[in-house]
Every structure is written in C-alpha cells, then in structure tokens.
Design a protein around this ligand. Structure first.
Ligand code: CTP
Length: 204
C-alpha cells in the first residue's frame, strides 16, 4: 500500500521569531512510518518540526505550518491508499505574520487568530485513520471525530494518564470505530501500538 503519515506539531508564526505550537515530539507518527516501511509499504512521512531521524526507506517531507502540511498531504494523496494522521496540528494561526520582529510597543496584548484547515477532514479519496488525544470524555469525543472526519477508525488516548502524554515512549490506546465498536489495549510501547494499528489497517 501507499501510506501517508503525518507527524509532529505544526508551528504558526506571528513574526520571524515567535510562533504558536504544542509539545508533540512526533514519536508516534515516526514509529508508524518505520513499521509500515518495514512491512514493505511505500511511505510518505509529512513531518512538522521534530528532532527525529528519518526511518529507513521512508520518504520524508518536512513542513512547518498546518497549511504547508495540508498542501504536502494533498499532493501525496493523489497517489496514496491510506492516510494515518498523528500530527498535533494547530487549530488556529495568527491572522497576520509580521515580516519583522514585533516590538512590545507594537503589540496590544490581544492576538487575532484565524482557523487552520482540518487536514484529515479535507483530504478525500483515501482511507483515513485519526488520533484523538483527549483529557476528558475520551471515547465519546473519539466517536464524534471518527464520524465527522469520515475515518475508518480513530486511535483514542487519554493524555492525562501516566505513560500516555506527549513525548512518552509508551501509549495506552483504544481503537474507536464509527459504529461505536471499541478495541481496548494495555499500555504498550509506541512501536507496538504502531504494529497493532497496521495489523488493523490490513483488515480494512
Ligand atoms: N487533525 C488534522 N488537522 C487539524 C486538526 C486535527 O488533520 N487541523 C487531525 C489530527 O492529526 C488527528 C485528528 O485530526 O488525527 C484529531 O485531532 P484533534 O486535535 O484531536 O481534533 P480536532 O478536530 O482539533 O478537535 P477538537 O478541537 O474539537 O478537539
């Protein structure tokens, strides 16, 4: 199969030296890309700014913002079978990015934001797997996102639980399907979670 994986955070700049972002390290997405390539799939890894080595036999496209990530995913999706979206995409970006560093005297204390595109929802014509990192109502939120974004299934995890937060090497996940079917897993390494996801993908 031809697989696209999104990974890491996006950065939304307000001037050349400041941005909005989140603590995603990209580990989950890189583990999936590595495992998919090991299984002989053709993998395009669209990565936000992360400090990870490109897995063997993976085609990596580096991006910074959500809009750049969308453009890279749309391009790769023209010849792909599946999109696995692990990226922690910033939902909002500053309405303007100043060409030069903003001086505090130029800033009012209020930052105007505009919505970023939803990459997973926008891309059509491929099977889609999402991730839902939640702090509350984990399963209900996962079912909602699975339906709204037209996903084959979504990988839900509670980021407040020990071993499941940003940057850890482990994750405790539940696969949530649009019809409400749930598959629970114990705490596993991200490498093992990647294997379970690709096992599930091979049954779709
Ligand atoms: N996602 C995406 N593009 C976005 C936001 C999210 O592709 N602009 C993807 C993520 O990669 C993930 C899934 O959608 O696979 C769910 O992301 P999440 O941030 O949990 O969901 P949101 O749609 O942002 O929902 P909410 O803000 O209501 O929690």
């Amino acid at each position: 199969m031809r697989v696209i994986v999104t990974a890491g955070p996006t950065r939304e700049y307000l001037d050349p030296v400041r941005f909005l972002s989140n603590p995603s390290t990209g580990k989950m997405g890189f583990a999936i890309a590595a495992e998919a390539a090991r299984r002989g799939h053709e993998v395009t890894l669209v990565a936000g700014p992360v400090a990870l080595k490109t897995p063997n036999r993976v085609h990596r496209v580096d991006v910074t913002s959500a809009r750049e990530m969308l453009a890279a995913v749309k391009k790769a999706a023209q010849r792909a079978d599946i999109l696995i979206a692990t990226a922690a995409v910033a939902d909002w970006r500053p309405a303007k990015c100043a060409a030069q560093k903003l001086k505090k005297s130029q800033m009012s204390g209020t930052l105007k934001l505009v919505r970023n595109p939803d990459i997973l929802k926008t891309v059509k014509g491929v099977r889609k797997i999402g991730f839902a990192a939640e702090t509350n109502d984990v399963l209900a939120e996962a079912v909602r996102k699975c339906r709204e974004k037209g996903l084959s299934f979504i990988v839900a995890n509670d980021v407040t639980k020990k071993g499941s937060g940003f940057g850890t090497d482990t994750n405790k996940v539940t696969f949530v399907f649009a019809d409400g079917t749930l598959k629970f897993f114990p705490l596993m390494t991200k490498a093992r979670v990647a294997k379970r996801i690709l096992d599930e993908v091979s049954c779709l």
